[in-house]
Design a protein around this ligand. Structure first.
Ligand code: GLA
Length: 704
C-alpha cells in the first residue's frame, strides 16, 4: 500500500544486524544495532515492518517522513538535503526512488539503484557488512542526462539509535591532536566542517555517539567515519523528525565537481561500527577493518633524524648516528627534511627534489651504503605537494602553485601548495620521486604536508594526491609510505589504504602522546601510529620524562626513536636497547592482538593494552597525582573466561613506585597465577605510582 514501509533486506552477522527498508521507494536504514537473531534463525527470520513505521503526527506533512540514505526536500525531509545537484545554475528538485535491488548473500552486500526519472540521475548505493563487523555505505552518482550537472553535496545519512544522547569527537591542534571532546546531544545539530584541505589537526572525520555516559566497556556506541583526506562535513542531527541521524560526506565548493553526460561521482566511503559493549569494542571493529585492507607487514624500529639533527645534515654526523642506531637495535634509518637542493632551513627548496650537492657532494649513496652495511634499511622524507617561492621549481613554473593564483597568496611555513589537479604537476613529481626511488635503495617514504590548503579545490587536490601516491606505489610496490601532515594532520581510512604508517603527532611528550594515541586509537589500529621514544626533555613541550615512561608509551604503536643517540650515556643506551629488544620480542603479538582501553574509576589512571585469548600486555599509567593512596583495583574484563593466567610486571626500566613501605603482594612475589574471572571481577590491587610514570603487566596462559 502506498505509504507503507517495506523491508528490503536484513544484513546480518552474529554481532550486528542492519535493516534496509523503503517507503514508497525512498531508501532508508531504520536499524543498525545488535543482531536480531542467531544463525539458525536467520533464514526464516522476518523483520516486522509494522515496527518501523512511526505514523504521522499533527503540525507537519501528510506523509511519514523517513530519514533516507540520501534525504531530499521533495520527499518531505526538512533537514539538510543529502544530495544537491545543479543544472544550468538551478537547483534540481530531485526525487530519487528505488529502481532495483540486488544481493550478494555470501558477502553480506546489498546494492540498490535509485533513480530520478525527471532529471535522469541515478545513484548506486552499496551496503556492506564486513567480516570485521563494520558496516560500509558507498554511493556513486551518475549523470544519465545529456547535459552537465554540478554536484554541491552528496552526503550519506545514517540513523543511529535514538537512545544515543552523547557525541564524542576528536580534534585539537598541531602537536596536540585527537583530543576527545564530549557533547550532550539532545534536540540539537552538532556540525563538524573541515575546510583545511587535509584531514586536519582541528577535527578528525569521525564521531562516536552513544547512550548516556558510555565508557570504554559500557554502553551502546555507534562510530561513524568518512574515509577521506580532504574537506568534509559531518553533522549529528537530533532535530529533523525527532530522529538521531549522522550525515557525512565531502564538503564541496561550487563547481568543484561537474559531471558531464555519462560521468560518475564516487563519494568517499562511510564506515560505521556498532558496539553494545562500549567504545573500545567499537574501536576494535574499525581496527580489524583497516587491518583487513592491507597485508600484514613486520614493522621495523625506526630512527628518524629530525629531532636529532634538524636541518644540519652532514655525512660524518649522520654516519655516526646510523652506527649508534644499529648498536641499540634500530632497523630503519630515516633521513628527514634537509637533504634536497637549497633546503638549509624551512624558507627554501621545496619542489627541487634533487639531492643537495653542497651538503651531499657524493649524493645519498655513502649514507645509504653505510646504513645497509649495518643491516638497516633506509627511508627518506618528501613533501611533494608543496613548493617554496624560493625554489627553482617556483621560479620556472609559478603558475603551478595553487595559492599563487590568489590575489593575496598566503604562505604557510613559507610555502605554497602545488596544483595537483594538473597532470603536468603530477608527472613532474612522479618523475622526481620515482628517479630517487629507482636509483637508491629506499625502503620507505615519509610523505609530509605541512600547511593547510585555502581557497577551495580540495576535491581535485585530494584526488590528485591519491592518484600520485597510487602511481608511485604501483611502480614501487615494496616501498612503504608514511602519511604525515605536521604530525597528525592527515589520518583517515582513505589514506590508510595507501600507506602503512601515520606520524601521529609532532609532540613526542609521553604524557601528551597518551592522550593523542588514546584519541587516534578509537578508530586507527595502534600499529599504524608512528610512536617514537624522544629525548629526555621533550622538544615541543619542554617536559622531562624518564625513559621507562617514554618507552612504555611508544611501545604500543609502531616503535621508533627520535633522539640524538650521539649524546646518550651508557645507561641510557642500555635502557633503550632493552626497550627495543622487548618491542621486537612482542611485535607480532602487539600488532595482531586486540587493542583495548580499559575503564577505571580514577581518572588519573590510564590502562590500555593488547590481548588475545589468555595472553595480554598492558600499560598502567598514573597521569597525575590521584586523590587516594589505594586506588581502585585494575580490572581486566577481557579475561573473564580465560582460565588461569600467569601475571607479572615487566621490568622495562624501574617502575617509579611512590611512597611504598610494602608493594602489593602480586608485584613483590614477581609472578602469580590468577584466575581470569578474578582478574575481571576483583582485579589487581593498584600500587602507588608516581605521576607521569607507568608500568607494564604481562599475562600468559598457564599451560597445563
Ligand atoms: C613536519 C613533520 C616533522 C618533520 C618536519 C620536517 O613538522 O611532522 O616530523 O618531518 O616536518 O620539516
Amino acid at each position: 500500500m502506498s505509504g507503507d514501509i517495506q523491508v528490503i533486506d536484513h544484513i546480518w552477522n552474529e554481532h550486528t544486524s542492519v535493516v534496509v527498508a523503503a517507503r514508497d521507494g525512498i531508501l532508508f536504514i531504520p536499524y543498525i544495532g545488535p543482531s536480531l537473531c542467531d544463525e539458525e534463525e536467520f533464514e526464516d527470520f522476518r523483520i516486522d515492518a509494522a515496527l518501523l513505521s512511526r505514523g504521522i503526527v499533527g503540525g507537519g506533512l501528510d506523509l511519514e517522513v523517513t530519514p533516507a540514505v540520501l534525504p531530499l526536500p521533495s520527499q518531505g525531509w526538512t533537514g539538510t538535503p543529502g544530495l544537491e545537484i545543479m543544472r544550468e545554475g538551478k537547483l534540481l528538485p530531485l526525487d530519487l526512488r528505488l529502481k532495483e535491488t540486488s544481493w550478494e548473500r555470501e558477502i553480506d552486500e546489498t546494492c540498490c539503484t535509485l533513480h530520478d526519472a525527471a532529471h535522469n540521475i541515478s545513484v548506486e548505493v552499496l551496503l556492506s557488512l564486513k567480516e570485521s563487523n563494520v558496516f560500509t555505505i558507498d554511493i556513486s552518482v551518475q549523470n544519465k542526462s545529456d547535459s552537465s550537472i554540478v554536484i554541491n553535496a552528496a552526503h550519506i545519512n545514517i540513523p543511529v539509535g535514538d537512545q544515543a544522547v552523547e557525541v564524542l569527537t576528536l580534534g585539537g591542534r598541531h602537536a596536540m591532536e585527537a583530543v576527545q571532546q564530549r557533547t550532550p546531544w539532545e534536540r540539537a545539530r552538532i556540525s563538524i566542517e573541515n575546510r583545511t584541505g587535509r584531514t586536519s589537526h582541528e577535527q578528525l572525520g569521525v564521531v562516536f555517539t552513544g547512550t548516556s555516559g558510555f565508557s570504554e566497556q559500557q554502553g551502546e556506541v555507534w562510530g561513524i567515519h568518512l574515509a577521506w583526506s580532504g574537506n568534509f562535513r559531518m553533522m549529528c542531527d537530533g532535530v529533523t523528525e525527532t530522529r538521531k541521524t549522522v550525515q557525512l560526506g565531502e564538503l564541496l565548493q561550487p563547481n568543484e565537481v561537474v559531471l558531464q553526460s555519462g560521468e560518475t561521482y564516487v563519494a568517499p566511503r562511510a564506515i560505521i561500527s556498532y558496539s553494545s559493549n562500549g567504545l573500545s569494542a567499537c574501536s576494535q571493529n574499525f581496527h580489524e577493518y583497516i587491518r583487513s585492507t592491507q597485508p600484514y607487514i613486520q614493522r621495523p624500529v625506526i630512527l628518524n633524524t629530525w629531532e636529532a639533527v634538524y636541518f644540519n645534515h652532514d655525512l660524518a654526523t649522520l654516519t655516526s648516528l646510523a652506527t649508534a642506531a644499529a648498536e641499540v637495535g634500530i632497523e630503519r634509518f630515516v633521513l628527514d627534511d634537509g637533504w634536497f637542493t637549497g633546503r638549509r632551513n624551512d624558507t627554501a627548496g621545496l619542489g627541487d627534489w634533487d639531492v643537495d650537492v653542497s651538503v651531499w657532494p657524493d649524493g645519498l649513496g655513502p649514507i645509504i651504503s653505510h646504513v645497509r652495511s649495518l643491516e638497516m634499511d633506509f627511508g627518506l622524507w618528501f613533501e611533494p605537494e608543496m613548493v617554496n617561492p624560493n625554489s627553482d621549481l617556483y621560479r620556472k613554473n609559478p603558475e603551478w602553485a595553487l595559492d599563487g593564483t590568489l590575489t593575496h597568496p598566503i604562505l604557510g611555513r613559507n610555502q605554497l601548495v602545488l596544483d595537483l589537479s594538473r597532470s603536468d604537476v603530477r608527472d613532474y613529481l612522479f618523475q622526481k620521486i620515482d628517479a630517487l626511488l629507482s636509483s637508491y635503495e629506499i625502503a620507505y617514504v615519509k610523505w609530509d604536508h605541512n600547511r593547510p590548503l585555502i581557497g577551495g579545490a580540495s576535491h581535485q587536490q585530494t584526488m590528485g594526491f591519491y592518484a600520485l601516491l597510487d602511481r608511485l606505489t604501483a611502480q614501487h610496490p615494496n616501498v612503504q609510505f608514511e602519511s604525515c601532515a605536521s604530525g597528525g594532520g592527515r589520518i583517515d581510512a582513505g589514506v590508510a589504504q595507501r600507506v602503512n604508517r601515520f606520524w601521529a603527532s609532532d609532540s613526542i611528550d609521553a604524557l601528551d602522546r597518551l592522550e593523542i594515541q588514546k584519541g587516534l586509537s578509537t578508530f586507527m589500529p595502534m600499529e599504524m601510529l608512528g610512536s617514537h621514544i624522544g629525548s629526555p626533555t621533550c622538544h615541543t613541550t619542554g617536559r622531562k620524562h624518564a625513559l621507562s615512561f617514554r618507552a612504555t608509551t611508544a611501545l604500543f604503536g609502531w616503535l621508533g626513536v627520535e633522539w640524538n643517540l650521539l649524546t646518550l650515556s651508557d645507561k641510557e643506551k642500555g635502557g633503550l636497547r632493552s626497550a627495543i629488544e622487548f618491542y621486537k620480542s612482542q611485535r607480532d603479538f602487539l600488532h595482531s592482538a586486540q587493542f583495548v582501553r580499559v575503564d577505571h574509576p580514577d581518572s588519573s589512571i590510564d590502562i590500555r593494552g593488547v590481548y588475545s585469548g589468555g595472553q595480554g600486555l598492558f600499560a598502567v599509567t598514573r597521569l597525575h597525582s590521584g586523590p587516594s593512596n589505594h586506588s581502585a583495583p585494575l580490572r581486566f574484563p577481557m579475561f573473564k573466561d580465560a582460565g588461569e593466567l600467569f601475571v607479572h610486571v615487566v621490568p622495562l626500566g624501574t617502575p617509579r613506585w611512590a611512597l611504598h613501605r610494602k608493594l602489593p603482594q602480586w608485584i613483590s612475589n614477581q609472578s602469580e597465577i590468577m584466575s581470569g574471572s578474578m582478574l575481571a571481577n576483583i582485579g589487581l590491587p593498584m600500587p602507588s605510582l608516581m605521576p607521569e610514570s607507568s608500568f607494564l603487566i604481562q599475562f600468559d596462559d598457564v599451560v597445563h
